[in-house]
Design a protein around this ligand. Structure first.
Ligand code: URP
Ligand code: ZN
Ligand code: ZN
Length: 474
């Protein structure tokens, strides 16, 4: 007789955002169908003794194949980016579909579908980056796209090609409120950055390190406060993304104390890198490998971020994977980028490193519980971006998206383990404890012991619902 289950994962310790228990998991038709001890056998069996059995990681802040302007090319498209994510224990990613100025939002979405179709190893949705909020975009395209499952947008308070005026931000927030979309905000002040950049260049301070001096915490703090004030005015929840230190956190905590619904995300670079990394070897160009925005800060900021991870200031921990090649004229070493930090493409790779860094620095070092780890790396992403409970947990009826995790494995992070398109990892040499062993998407092993198992294209587009409730933000 054919076994009743396609796959049984046996003998592991299951961790969800709420619980920690020993049990077997039975999977049929890509879904979890039974949880319990001594389940009948499946067509396939995996022995998970000694391993943690976690909901597959969800990284809700990933940039893949995103348009970067003339001459600059991102190092990962959907094939290598999703492969790298799978190597790091993820089963789902939410990259961005970027609207270029003058472009219709629908056209932008169609472009990114064309890039992802048949290439993604992981399931994926899209956030919409709105750079040109015309009447047609706000009045027709955005409401229709929200209804079609593109239920989150990102807007920018800086970058020449992306920055929105305050009035435009308010208009986007109003539409989000009307239709229930989640708005992610990149909070850094455009004019302050331009002012500081000009002054630094005039003083001959053009090395990559000065990227950090051009974007001090004050710039992030002011924009975070302004974004929150806009959200309060419109009365709509917002998420402040890639929070780098104490000053922006204080604004978020202040807002929450007033009952304003503000969610917050942080990233691995703010835990294990500092602005000193941008100095490279004696202020040479190699600091460009660490140029991202906001920039990594200092050790006091790292401690502040830990406080927010522990006490609930942050709901999500994402990679902000935004990969470029270093030894490449279309990447970090473009001819213009060599003349000034102003032109170095912003962003670093990290989708494979995200979960191991938080597990090692957080769980293995006793700072956070396993349940909080799951919440920060999977469950809250699914809830906030309308994928829960199909994604983000291990429960009967959920997609069988599961990562088998060796909590004791000691690994030195290195480029060859990242499986990405970039030619370096900013986390080279970092020693971690805990590593993903097997990544399972909808009941199929997609990445196992350092190797992709399923071909590209196994991932499916997810039409997402509206945000659900998450503990932590008022
Ligand atoms: O430097 C960064 N973070 N680049 C990616 C784009 C963004 O702002 O998230
Ligand atoms: Zn951003
Ligand atoms: Zn980003």
């Amino acid at each position: 007789m054919k076994p009743q289950y396609d796959l049984v994962i046996r003998g592991g310790t299951v961790a969800t955002a709420a619980d920690l228990f020993a049990c077997d998991i039975a999977i049929a038709g890509g879904k979890v169908v039974a949880l319990g001890p001594d389940l009948p056998s499946g067509t396939e069996e995996i022995n998970a003794a000694g391993l943690l059995v976690l909901p597959g990681g969800i990284d809700s802040h990933v940039h893949l194949d995103q348009y970067q302007g003339e001459g600059i090319v991102m190092a990962d498209g959907f094939e290598t980016g999703s492969r790298s994510a799978a190597a790091g224990g993820n089963t789902c990613i939410v990259p961005y579909a970027l609207q270029r100025k003058g472009q219709s939002l629908r056209e932008a979405v169609a472009d990114y579908h064309a890039k992802a179709d048949g290439n993604s190893l992981l399931d994926y949705g899209f956030h919409l980056i709105i750079s040109d909020p015309t009447a047609a975009v706000l009045g027709q395209e955005l409401p229709a796209l929200i209804a079609d499952g593109y239920t989150s947008v990102k807007i920018f308070m800086t970058y020449d090609d992306l920055v929105l005026k305050d009035r435009e931000i308010l208009e986007v927030l109003s539409i989000a409120r009307q239709y229930g979309a989640m708005v992610m905000i990149h909070a850094e002040g455009y004019d302050q950055i331009k002012f500081l950049t000009d002054k630094l260049e005039q003083a001959g301070k053009t090395a990559p390190y000065y990227h950090a001096e051009a974007r001090p915490q004050l710039v992030e703090r002011e924009a975070t406060h302004r974004a929150i004030a806009h959200a309060e005015l419109v009365d709509v929840p917002v998420m402040i993304v890639h929070v780098s230190g104490k000053e922006a956190m204080e604004q978020i905590e202040w807002a929450r104390a007033r009952g304003i619904k503000v969610y917050a995300e942080t990233c691995p670079q703010y835990l294990v890198l500092t602005a000193d990394h941008l100095k490279g070897l004696n202020m040479d160009h190699s600091g460009a490998k660490y140029v991202c925005s906001p920039p990594p800060r200092d050790h006091a900021s790292q401690e502040a971020i830990w406080r927010g991870i522990v006490n609930g200031t942050f709901q999500t921990f994402s990679s902000d994977h935004c990969p470029f090649r270093y030894e490449d004229a279309a990447g970090k070493s473009s001819p213009k980028g060599r003349t000034s930090f102003r032109w170095v493409p912003n962003g670093i790779p990290g989708v494979a490193a995200r979960m191991p860094i938080l597990f090692s620095e957080g769980v293995a070092k006793g700072r956070i519980s396993l349940q909080r780890f799951v919440e920060l790396t999977s469950t809250n992403h699914a809830k906030l971006f309308g994928m829960y409970p199909a994604k983000g947990t291990i429960a009967i009826g959920s997609d069988a998206d599961i990562t088998l995790w060796d909590p004791d494995k000691k690994v030195t992070m290195t480029q060859s383990l990242m499986h990405h398109g970039s030619d370096y990892t900013p986390y080279e040499g970092l020693e971690v404890t805990g590593w993903p062993v097997t990544t399972i998407l909808r009941g199929e092993v997609i990445f196992d012991h350092g190797h992709p198992v399923m071909p590209k294209g196994f991932g499916r587009f997810i039409s997402r619902g509206l945000a659900g409730a998450v503990a932590g933000a008022s």
